[in-house]
Design a protein around this ligand. Structure first.
Ligand SMILES: O=C(O)c1ccccc1NCC(=O)[C@H](O)[C@H](O)COP(=O)(O)O
Length: 210
């Protein structure tokens, strides 16, 4: 049987109803809500719960955290119907376990990072999200050197960092990730997504496969 892989698409940092609708309509496979108060894309649990009601079945709702207290994650789980957790800070492998949900761990690509060793320290991770090393942990709109990515990783690779409609096809062909993740590249302002840019981004991913 021919294995036909469709690059999955996560759109992150949504704050408005119209943006959730635009992402779902464009074909996003996952919607990310940022539960990190310093971020301009931060949403409260109550706001995320309202937005999550617009997400249909078979589109994952991802809760994003940076070095959270366990009680904070547990409060999110009690308020928001999340399917996946994303840890984007300096969390240990143990910090990411025990919530009863799959999680993806973000690695911020800095020189000298041994990705294979890093990945091995997160047993139970469902995926490894590779992002640029930016101030403020994420959402920086900056790419990193994709040649730093080892040819084989023990986890599904989610490519992130500075992606947009103009570079995502090249990124997909070069890296062949399980999924791509985008925030700044589909925005008109931080936290304000642009429906046309979302559509163009998704088309770029589809174009990569010819
Ligand atoms: O989006 C944020 O504001 C953010 C803040 C702090 C930690 C993580 C954050 N976003 C996580 C994501 O998964 C972003 O999509 C990822 O960093 C890529 O962002 P961008 O380069 O803007 O596409």
């Amino acid at each position: 049987m021919t294995f036909v892989h469709r690059t999955r698409i996560k759109i992150c940092g949504l704050t408005r109803e119209e943006d959730v609708r635009a992402a779902v309509d464009a074909g996003a496979d996952a919607i990310g809500f940022v539960f990190y108060p310093p971020s301009p894309r931060f949403v409260s649990f109550a706001r995320a719960a309202e937005l999550a009601r617009l997400i249909p079945p078979f589109v994952s709702t991802v809760g994003l955290f940076v070095n959270p207290e366990r009680s904070y994650v547990e409060a999110a789980l009690a308020a928001v119907p999340l399917q996946v957790l994303q840890f984007h800070g300096d969390e240990s492998g143990t910090d990411c376990l025990g919530y009863g949900l799959p999680f993806i761990k973000a690695a911020r690509m800095r020189p000298g990072l041994d990705l294979l060793k890093y990945a091995a320290s997160f047993p139970g991770a469902q995926g490894l999200l590779l992002d640029a090393f930016v101030e403020g942990y994420g959402g920086g709109g900056e790419t990193f050197d994709w040649s730093l990515i080892p040819s084989r990783l023990p986890l599904p690779l989610i490519l992130s960092g500075g992606l947009h409609a103009g570079n995502v096809a090249e990124a997909v062909r070069c890296v062949q990730p399980w999924a791509v993740d985008v925030s700044s590249g589909v925005e008109s302002a931080k936290g304000i997504k642009d429906a046309a840019r979302i559509t163009e981004f998704v088309a770029g991913v589809r174009h990569a496969h010819g």
